[in-house]
Ligand binder design. Structure first.
Ligand code: ADP
Length: 438
């Protein structure tokens, strides 16, 4: 830089000296100086003109040769321009690669702004969701109007995914997930899960059909076994008959539980199923049944119930879920143990809780307890009449009621199973906690 300016200053000094020398000969110093200065300014104008012309031609060729400050100015400009061009090319290449990849992606990808308005979408989004270029800027919930999808988007809890039928072809089953990123931006990704859904449907139908088909012959078999065990002729094989009868009874219970699960899975809870459930009365009945089940085992079954607390839900389903938890407590608590059944509300909603001081569960089993046929100790479960399906039924019923199951347990100390119902499922009205022994 300094060199260029030194050249420039020398050039000016040169022009002035030339003016002085001419002045020496002509003896008209002022005119001579003016003349050389004008020449100098003219030369500067000419450089400016060349620079301008080069800029206007699009700076494609190298800058015209120039020395001093002008040379540096043009060269520096040219260098920056070339660097920018390279960068632009790189960004364009990246962008092309990104659009090519996203176009080849089988999943729909839609970028949404903070108001869920579409900013960009890929080709698959056009195919699966029917989005068109003119939809950019429109709200996604105005275009995909399935209630489950709208509830998912507006619910702002994106840990789970949501399934809904395709807007263009209702035979398609789509699975959507929203991933928040950056400053309140969202990526909506939608997969076609039709094949998986059909397989799952086939599995459900198969289990439901098999259970249904087995139900009648099993009823007949248990009926005949009942009659046979009562006959005097079977006296020599009576212990055997009792065994057979108890196994047939177990099969019947498994079939009933499988059918109950199939019903929970195939039919959605519709508003007609939802009633005001008098949970306190329900709990009293369940506790009574539990005392019968406990029989001679000297267990104490206590209820602590908010007598005015009611819930919106399907009564038979809630009965089945609560009864399963209480019967588990009876079956997995030693003779003389204590079981407390609670029904109460707090700020987080309503809670149904069963606490026992029974055998408890090792922590590694807890995440898997609600899987079908998952048992900590198969023998103990079977011996106590368990089907291995009880907690799976509980989980499904709770899911359908927007509730969740919490399990706290310590081996050898006991367990606490809590069903947490959201506040909007509670029927308004307050009450006090009352205790009843048993
Ligand atoms: P099961 O018919 O075998 O009881 P569940 O699905 O109801 O099936 O329960 C799954 C497993 O969870 C049981 O086999 C048992 O090992 C364990 N479990 C359930 N409730 C309790 C409890 N209150 N105390 C200890 N273990 C329990």
């Amino acid at each position: 830089m300094y060199k260029a300016w030194t050249v420039e200053i020398w050039r000016l000094i040169g022009a002035l000296l030339t003016g002085l020398v001419i002045g020496l000969f002509t003896e008209a110093y002022a005119w001579s100086l003016l003349f050389t200065l004008l020449l100098y300014i003219g030369w500067q104008f000419y450089q400016l003109y060349r620079f301008h012309r080069w800029l206007l031609t699009g700076r494609r060729s190298e800058p015209p040769p120039a020395s001093g400050v002008w040379g540096e100015l043009m060269y520096e400009h040219y260098r920056l321009h070339m660097r920018n061009r390279k960068r632009k090319k790189k960004v364009a290449r990246l962008l092309r690669r990104f659009t090519d990849t996203s176009a080849a992606m089988p999943d729909a990808a839609v970028i949404l702004d903070r108001h869920f308005q579409i900013e960009w979408f890929n080709d698959a989004a056009g195919r699966l969701l029917g989005l068109k270029p003119q939809d950019v800027g429109r709200r996604i919930t105005h275009l995909l109007r399935h209630p489950a999808f709208i509830a998912y988007v507006t619910g702002e809890d994106y840990r789970e995914t949501v399934e809904f039928p395709g807007p263009l072809d209702i035979d398609l089953r789509l699975n959507a997930r929203i991933v928040p990123y950056g400053d309140k931006q969202y990526l909506l990704s939608v997969r076609d899960v039709t094949r998986l859904y059909r397989l799952e449907e086939m599995r459900r139908d198969f289990v439901a059909n098999v259970s249904h088909e087995l139900r009648t012959p099993l009823t007949v078999i248990t009926g005949y076994l009942e009659t046979l065990t009562d006959m005097d002729e079977v006296e020599p094989v009576r212990p055997l008959m009792v065994q057979v009868k108890s196994q047939a009874e177990r099969m019947r219970r498994i079939v009933e539980d499988l059918l109950a699960l199939a019903r929970l899975e195939t039919r959605n809870l519709n508003p007609a199923d939802m009633q005001e459930v008098p949970v306190p009365a329900l709990v009293a009945g369940i506790a009574e049944d539990a005392r019968v089940l406990s029989g001679e085992r000297q267990q104490t079954i206590v209820t602590e119930v908010d007598a005015d607390l009611r819930l919106r839900g399907a009564p038979s389903e809630l009965h089945s879920a609560f009864a399963n938890l209480v019967s588990n407590a009876v079956r997995y608590t030693q003779d003389g143990g204590r079981i407390v059944v609670r029904w109460y509300a707090d700020d987080a909603g309503a809670h149904f809780e069963v606490e026992d001081n029974g055998i408890g569960i090792e922590p590694q089993h807890l995440p898997r307890l609600t899987e079908r046929f998952y048992r900590v100790e198969s023998d103990r479960s079977r011996a106590s009449g368990g089907t291995g399906l009880g907690l799976a039924i509980v989980k499904h019923v709770l899911q359908r009621h927007g509730a969740s199951l919490r399990i706290d347990s310590q081996p050898g100390r006991g367990s606490r199973f809590t069903c947490d119902f959201p506040p909007d499922m509670v029927v308004p009205g307050g009450g006090t906690v009352r205790a009843a022994g048993g």
